[in-house]
Design a protein around this ligand. Structure first.
Ligand code: DAT
Ligand code: MG
Length: 137
């Protein structure tokens, strides 16, 4: 069983898409092992996306991720990291496969509705960024 971190970003929460997005995960065999709504501080968003801090879009990304609450989830299942990435679709919604969350809901490469950990090691770090072990079922 793998664990991975999913975030429903501000554009998804603002448009009342939480239920439809969670359904996609459950329909595809991922279990919601932990879930909460949080408003990220600037400091938290900068720390979470630290790997992108030299990119030209970093400021925009931090502003977007902090503008309203997000829903963070620990997803659990066989091959959960890759499965979540598959359900999400490509970073740029114009390149995302049909039926993926980003193809269905994302407005742009910047406001692309969901985050998902990109590898097992980053998944461990990202789950621990938001959840104590005692909050994960
Ligand atoms: P992903 O979220 O698919 O893992 P990433 O890790 O490359 O993509 O980038 C993190 C986020 O940064 C991405 O979801 C949206 C934003 N981003 C990436 N490339 C961008 C670009 N060219 N312009 C604006 N925002 C971008
Ligand atoms: Mg990424």
């Amino acid at each position: 069983m793998e664990r991975t971190l999913s975030i429903i970003k501000p554009d998804g929460v603002e448009r009342n898409l939480i239920g439809q997005i969670v359904s996609k995960f459950e329909e595809n065999g991922l279990n919601i092992a932990a879930m909460k709504k949080v408003r990220l501080s600037k400091h938290q968003a900068e720390a979470f996306y630290a790997v992108h801090k030299e990119r030209p879009f970093f400021g925009e990304l931090v502003d977007f991720m902090t503008r309203s609450p997000v829903v963070v989830m620990c997803l659990k299942g066989e091959g959960a990291v890759a499965k979540n990435r598959e359900i999400m679709g490509a970073t740029n919604p114009e390149e995302a496969a049909d039926g993926t969350i980003r193809k269905l809901f994302a407005k742009s490469i910047g406001e692309n509705t969901v985050h998902g950990s990109d590898a097992l090691e980053t998944a461990k770090e990202e789950v621990a960024f938001f959840f104590a072990e005692s909050e994960i079922y």
